[in-house]
Design a protein around this ligand. Structure first.
Ligand SMILES: Nc1nc2c(ncn2[C@@H]2O[C@H](COP(=O)(O)OP(=O)(O)OP(=O)(O)O)[C@@H](O)[C@H]2O)c(=O)[nH]1
Ligand SMILES: [Zn+2]
Length: 206
């Protein structure tokens, strides 16, 4: 077991009234949360987002990345469906932490891309570990996900843990002049499934 369940409560949001479930990593004390809406334990696949913490994008409106836009869109999609799950994972900066992300951003302002910046700081491009998801999902009685992501490695990582990802739902929002190089790098160097069109354009053939 990687995390233990601690407590649940109601969480009213502009999108709907979610149930918030708190978990603690046994070895580190790191805290993670799940927001659920509706009956997610009925055995049917659950529309879900595993969202990696990005304080700057999620809470401070940063336009350097797409995280805040994706968080909002995921909650909105879950609310429209009336049922779904958001796992908010405390893996800031793809696992390098907030202060190292500031260092990485500074290197990117000097010309490095997001992968090179991590490597110059002595980190792999992506240090995230998703093992806590298995315990969180089994606590909530969820076996099958319709996962909102553009990241093929995230789908693979969850499947390797034994989580059934029955569908990948694209989550392509928030492209802007401040993050377009970053998004292009995610596509070219990290394999993300992105089309290059703007959000409002009709879909392009890839
Ligand atoms: N190290 C580093 N982390 C970043 C950078 N920009 C965003 N992040 C972090 O990246 C994580 C989000 O990862 P992304 O690759 O944007 O998205 P993803 O979760 O892998 O894929 P999606 O499911 O499609 O969103 C968050 O933890 C952010 O804090 C950056 O330039 N450097
Ligand atoms: Zn971000």
């Amino acid at each position: 077991m990687v995390v233990r369940f601690i407590e649940s409560c109601r969480l009213p949001t502009p999108f709907g009234v979610f149930d918030m479930h708190g978990f603690e990593e046994i070895s580190t004390g790191q805290e993670h949360i799940a927001l659920s809406l509706g009956d997610v334990a009925d055995g049917e696949p659950v529309l879900a987002r595993t969202h990696s913490e990005c304080l700057t994008g999620d809470a401070l409106y940063s336009m350097r990345c797409d995280c805040g836009y994706q968080l909002e869109e995921a909650l909105r999609s879950i609310a429209i469906e009336g049922r779904g799950l958001l796992l908010y994972l405390r893996q800031e900066g793809r696992g390098i932490g907030l202060l190292n992300k500031i260092r990485a951003y500074n290197l990117q302002d000097q010309g490095a891309d997001t992968v090179e910046a991590n490597e110059r700081l002595g980190f792999a491009a992506d240090l995230r570990d998703y093992s806590m998801c298995l315990d969180m999902l089994s606590h909530l009685g969820i076996a099958k996900l319709r996962l909102m992501t553009n990241n093929p490695r995230k789908v693979d990582a969850l499947r390797e843990l034994g989580i059934e990802v029955v569908e990948r739902v694209p989550l392509q929002v928030g492209r802007n002049p401040h993050n377009e190089t970053y998004l292009d790098t995610k596509r070219s160097r990290m394999g993300h499934w992105f089309t290059t069109h703007q959000d409002d354009d009709p879909p392009l053939e890839d």
